[in-house]
Design a protein around this ligand. Structure first.
Ligand SMILES: [Mg+2]
Length: 192
């Protein structure tokens, strides 16, 4: 005759196993700032920047195991800067870390409109300085990820999302949004 308490354990173990499997079914996205995080400041153009923090970034990629790596940088404020980045810097980053970059947001076309839409503000009334003063990198990333996670959930309703920003000006934080099954983490690269 089987022992009922053992059955209970077996059933609990099954639940634990399912929980582990569910935890593994997770989309992980690494978002990278550029200046003073991955590269030196772009004072002499996108062709003349150098990689920095390379070991720290390799370590984060190895431990976080991202499915996608994206760029979230206030240095790419418009399409011209994005082109400069693509021509002068992108390949150096991809080759060095053996990665493919996915999304590269711009301030004017992506970050300001998304932040404003999230806050119910008309985007044309907010310029870069105001956006930066209102929300800083920390708040702007959170607002953009709220938008991003909402879209992600629409396309992948059963795939939880964990986004991690590496940046030199943010403070370390972890925010959870149960309604979107999303974790938003920000890490200061200088504190790694
Ligand atoms: Mg920076």
């Amino acid at each position: 005759m089987s022992d009922p308490s053992r059955q209970g354990n077996t059933s609990r173990n099954g639940e634990a196993e399912r929980a582990v499997q569910q935890a593994e079914a997770l989309r992980r996205e690494l978002w990278l700032d550029l200046e003073d995080t991955v590269i030196t400041p772009v004072v002499n153009g996108w062709f003349n920047t150098e990689l920095i923090n390379t070991q720290k970034i390799k370590d984060v990629i190895a431990s976080f195991q991202p499915h996608r790596i994206n760029i979230f940088s206030f240095a790419i404020w418009d399409e011209a800067q994005r082109k400069g980045f693509t021509l002068g810097t992108r390949e150096m980053i991809e080759r060095h870390f053996g990665i493919q970059l996915n999304l590269v947001l711009t301030v004017d076309d992506d970050i300001i409109p998304i932040c404003c839409r999230q806050m119910g503000i008309e985007p044309s009334t907010v310029d870069f300085n105001e956006m930066s003063n209102f929300w800083g990198k920390q708040g702007a990333f959170r607002l953009c990820m709220r938008h991003h996670a909402t879209n992600h959930r629409r396309h992948h309703p059963n795939l939880p999302l964990h986004v991690l920003l590496l940046d030199d000006v943010v403070y370390n934080e972890v925010v959870r949004w149960p309604d979107l099954q999303t974790t938003v983490e920000q890490r200061n690269i200088d504190q790694l």
